[in-house]
Design a protein around this ligand. Sequence first.
Ligand SMILES: Nc1ncnc2c1ncn2[C@@H]1O[C@H](COP(=O)(O)OP(=O)(O)OP(=O)(O)O)[C@@H](O)[C@H]1O
Length: 651
Amino acid sequence: MAPKNAVNIPSFATTQLSLLEAELQSELSETSSLISNTSPTSLQRAGVAITNLSLSSQRTGLGGKTVVELAPDSATASTDGDLPEHGIRTGDIVVVAEQPAGSAKKREVRELEAKGSRGVVTRVGRAAVWIALDGEDDEVVGARRLWVVKLANDVTYKRMNQTMNRLLKMKDDEYSGFIRVLFGLTSPSPVATDLEKEIKLEWIDPSLNESQKDGIRFALDSKEVALIHGPPGTGKTHTLIEIILQMLKANLRVLVCGPSNISVDNIVERLAPHKIPIMRLGHPARLLPSVLNHSLDILTQTSDAAAIVKDVRKEMDTKQASIRKTKSGKERKAIYGDLRELRKEFREREKKCVTTLVGQSKVVLATLHGAGGFQLKDEKFDVVIIDEASQALEAQCWVPLLSAKKVVLAGDHLQLPPTIKSLNSKMKRISKDKEKDADGIIKGITLEKTLFDRLLALHGPAIKRMLTTQYRMHEKIMRFPSDELYESKLVAAEGVKDRLLKDLPYEVEETEDTMEPLIFYDTQGGDFPEKSEEEEVAKKGGKGMMGESKSNEMEAALVRHHVQNLVDAGVKPEDIAVITPYNAQLALMSRSMKEAFPGIELGSVDGFQGREKEAIIVSLVRSNPEREVGFLGEKRRLNGKTSPINTPKTT
Ligand SMILES: Nc1ncnc2c1ncn2[C@@H]1O[C@H](COP(=O)(O)OP(=O)(O)OP(=O)(O)O)[C@@H](O)[C@H]1O
């Protein structure tokens, strides 16, 4: 029987499309106001541009695209030849253009795009940045001074929109059993507790704990959907690896996805030692070096099927190199003509080779977005596994799911959801639309609500298994998240439950700071006032830290003092992280501490989620007579940052 709260699929798709549009618009307007109101130098400082570059090489990359390498212009470069501090990352959508003279000149995004070439950053090095250009005939001439400016990433939206539009247009009889379950038109098939099967299951990893085994059995037995709920450090990825290996043993074909390249690479790295045939889709420049051997691009160069693509690639590279040697415009034009022909040939051959290689792979790994590429267009999988599912937008998850039969989602809905920029306008807009009863928008669906959340609300805890033993925190640190968020179900593994800083595998003195797992510094009262600052760096992409920011100087001094104590006791700075929810506080602390304690890590609370350190110092900043805590009121923000030892927690 269908649950009462079944979701109307076309309305769901319409709602998602409208939310995605609002989100894209807010991203676009944020970028364009920044670009039009700020000088190149300030844009660089804000993390969205690199100035004073020149072209150092160009060659053919995946899909026959031109990849340009840009390095600091010799006239302006620092003596070490390194790029200046910047915030451009692999995967960013950018424009490469001639740098405007006059630092404060106003410019429009449109104008910038018209003058320059759009592309994707494929690699960021210490002394150079590589960009794959979108256009066929894009020409970046070497003699000029260039700059790179980051644009809003509308590419990911395009794929989500396509997916939601396909869902919107599907007719009732086109809904697969799987889709019907995911929208509550039917209930999930009951999972038979097949005792025989349980007995037959031979564990590949002998160290699995009981809750992990239970989750694995459930993921294997369920017919349409299984949620693996993994609180911090409970071995979610560990569990997924066993699930993948068991599925492979059962001769199933599996597609493994995650919202980011790093989430996917993490799984590839852990699967690799098992020597099973795996294929990682995605641009090699964005993959971890250790993962490259499994990447489709490398396989298209090294496998037997690849030989046929190789000669065209070589020919194209030679042509690319010759462009730079010629001064004549006419000759250059002719070379571009040849390149266009070669590129066509290259793509056809590459496609054939890719289809052969992908068709042979039993385990394919890609980002959610990457799963929508041409390589998987007609491929069928028995199961789609999504890791970090509570960090992904639901529309993103549907990219690989539209033609799926079964999904295993791993995540933790009690840690922070994906960051959404348009939250306020979106909420208002939905309720207004609802009042007017317009376009079938569903109230209560937000971008922040992930597929994991929605399925849990739709079908209840029966579709979920929770991992309960955590391998990261001292028992006392674990107590707070366990009691507040996980119904006191977490258990600390033997190896960590009473581990202290003094027990680190190198010499650490026994002091009051190294013998306590959890220390609070009370900073209430008049001596530690918070300060508000207009946050210039908010646009840097600092998650959840928009608008004005807060800092607390006295607290920063206290943090520094505590770090000093730890270091004096022998704790290595690289084992210490200082995190804070506020950008202004981060800036204040970074300045003084990075130099004093080389190797120490400083970061934002949101950015640090899911990482580990031996000692974590949390600077909470807020301290005011009104007792306001701002966005720290979000419980999920206080979750998941703890490590074996958590030191001062300033309040
Ligand atoms: N059954 C186990 N026995 C011993 N150690 C384990 C076991 N399961 C997981 N671990 C260890 O716990 C740590 C966390 O594991 P893993 O990275 O798989 O967890 P996670 O839940 O994916 O982490 P995160 O909270 O970052 O998402 C790792 O160091 C891993 O080796």
